[in-house]
Write a protein that binds this ligand. Structure first.
Ligand code: HEM
Length: 545
């Protein structure tokens, strides 16, 4: 019965080449924090009943908000050079305009929100089917090629349906912990790859471009969960397809904020539009090949009368809650969302371990005490490593991978900060700026994992919306639990095997925004084998990073 229905849904995922229009994600324009004043009341408006704030003042409108014109924004981006540091621009603009301001970005009018209180007000009124942005360029590509939308791009009740199918095996603890063995195999190979890199290209100790190497780790890790198969990304020779996938994701994120500057009607005439379409094509082709292989494998088993069981993709295909076409749309977006995010976070965590030897030593002691000798951590072990978790938490505060998130109000007019906003208002949530708000995080530039440890005095003052790296509510990150597991397992194993030290040249790595927050320059770190006497540390500088 299964094999019949699999054939019915079309074993071959069709490649379609129809031509339609186009659209994109919100460019990560970012902001900071300042006093909110009295106008901080929030509330959903039904009709036009609510006209005053809680303290009786008349509600202001969106037009009452100050902020830069499109020309001023362009000047900031290209004249002052903030195009790649829009996260920093969040902070600068909030100093000028306060925690709530209006800006123009190409055809978009954006309300920027840069205080934890106001972000909370927006998110608590996000409605039953929250929308991040309408992502015209990403959705446009899918329309052009007749691909299905996935969790990132779908909206309304259709989005809710997709999430209800994808959520259980991504977010339920018992399913997530069942991925531990698969991820640990990838971690084991990565620990060995580090050794190989040190010996072959690193003068015995150095791993050059750590973020690039972790990217391959993350691709292999998420693939092992989604496809229940190994792709060979950690082999000495990385498959060409993987290299192209990495390149395509980078290009797609690089071009996204540029394309969205222009009206949709102009996109086909932009010199880089074809390239944008081509890199998306490649992402879908990679996912399609992997889905195709899995379907052939399933069919083979069915033919032999063998039971068909498996975790993520197998389950999606066998349960038939989605068509193969829909599975492809979702799997492509999961792959896309699941690589840069984890790899960059692990990179920054290691970067700080290198420059904070005391914290690194405490982490090593914690890992050793829970998993002595050769014991490989399980998810139960991880539960007993509070410092490990706090280090990831603090890393995500300082380097929120999504430095600026967004919401569009669809169901009701809403009130935020004493202003009434109509339906279809696009809010840009300036998480980066809020992460550095010294009222919420004293000494905000310092890497202090203690902030997140239970019992720490400072934690008491923390605002629940001060750092929300995985987003909020029912539209929050689908891969959060898998990402956390992956990051905990690899960081604990790396620190167990190696002492990490900074680049002896003293090179400082800063973040840039390329839709996501990523390292601006290659990150090179020394890895000294804890178990081997021959590893002589090279001259290092433990200067603050
Ligand atoms: C450090 C790792 C990660 C971080 C910091 C992160 C962060 C985020 C954030 C901030 C959002 C937006 C949430 C919102 O709008 O409220 C998001 C959405 C999403 N993430 Fe992640 N993510 C990470 C890893 C992953 C992984 C590993 C996967 C895939 C397995 C993934 C899949 C997704 C998907 C599919 C969405 C869209 C959800 C929706 O719109 O319904 N993420 N992520």
């Amino acid at each position: 019965m299964f094999s019949r229905s699999l054939v019915r849904t079309g074993l071959l995922v069709c490649k379609q080449d129809s031509v339609v229009g186009t659209k994109c994600i919100l460019p990560a324009l970012n902001a900071g924090d300042r006093r909110q004043g009295a106008s901080s009341s929030a509330g959903v408006i039904n009709g036009s009943k609510v006209k005053t704030t809680e303290d009786g003042n008349k509600l202001k409108t969106m037009e009452d908000l100050d902020g830069p014109s499109f020309m001023t924004s362009l000047y900031w981006l290209f004249g002052k050079g903030y195009f790649q540091t829009t996260h920093q621009m969040q902070i600068e603009h909030s100093k000028i305009y306060g925690p709530l301001w209006r800006s123009k970005y190409g055809p978009l009018v954006i309300v920027n929100v840069a205080s934890a209180d106001l972000i909370e007000q927006v998110l608590r009124q996000e409605g039953r089917h929250p929308i991040r942005t309408d992502m015209p360029h990403w959705r446009g590509y899918r329309e052009l090629r007749n691909h299905a939308y996935g969790p990132l791009t779908e909206m309304g009740v259709k989005w809710q349906r997709i999430r209800s199918i994808l959520n259980p095996r991504m977010l339920k603890p018992q399913h997530v912990s069942s991925y531990t063995n698969a991820i640990n195999e990838v971690v084991r190979d990565f620990v060995q790859k580090v050794d190989w890199l040190r010996k072959t290209t690193g003068d015995g100790v150095m791993v050059n471009d750590l973020a690039g190497e972790l990217y391959k780790f993350a691709f292999e890790g998420i693939s092992s969960v989604l496809f229940e198969t190994r792709l060979g990304c950690l082999n000495e020779k990385v498959p060409e397809e993987t290299e192209r996938f990495i390149f395509s994701v980078g290009e797609m994120f690089r071009l996204s904020p540029i394309i969205v500057l222009f009206p949709k009607s102009l996109w086909p005439y932009l010199p880089f539009w074809k390239h944008f379409v081509a890199v998306w094509d490649h992402l879908f082709t990679v996912a399609e090949d992997l889905v195709q292989k899995k379907m052939e494998e399933i069919q083979e088993r069915v033919k032999k009368g063998e039971p068909v069981a498996g975790e993520y993709l197998t389950h999606l295909l066998v349960s038939e809650q989605m068509s193969v076409h829909e599975v492809l749309g979702s799997i492509t977006e999961l792959l896309l969302a699941g690589v840069d995010t984890t790899s960059n976070t692990i990179s920054w965590a290691l970067y700080h371990m290198a420059s904070e030897p005391e914290i690194q030593e405490r982490l090593y002691q914690e890992v050793e005490s829970v998993c002595p000798g050769d014991k490989v951590p399980t998810s139960d072990d991880i539960a007993r490593m509070p410092l490990l978790k706090a280090i990831i938490r603090e890393t995500l505060r300082l380097y929120p991978v999504v430095p600026g998130n967004a919401r569009i109000t669809v169901e009701n007019e809403i009130v935020v900060g004493g202003h009434r906003f109509p339906k279809q208002t696009l809010f840009h949530l300036c998480h980066y700026a809020v992460s550095y708000d010294e009222k919420i995080f004293p000494d905000p530039h310092a890497f202090l994992p203690e902030r997140w440890l239970r019992g720490a005095d400072k934690q008491l003052n923390q605002h629940p919306f001060g750092s929300v790296p995985f987003g909020f509510g029912i539209r929050a990150c689908l891969g959060r639990r898998v990402a956390e597991l992956e990051m905990y397992l690899v960081l604990s194993q790396l620190i167990k095997h190696y002492e990490v030290r900074p680049d002896p040249t003293g090179q400082i790595v800063k973040p840039i925004t390329r839709t996501l927050l990523v390292p601006a320059t290659p990150m090179n770190l020394q890895f000294l084998n804890r178990g081997a006497a021959e590893d002589e540390p090279r001259e290092t500088t433990h200067e603050a990073i």
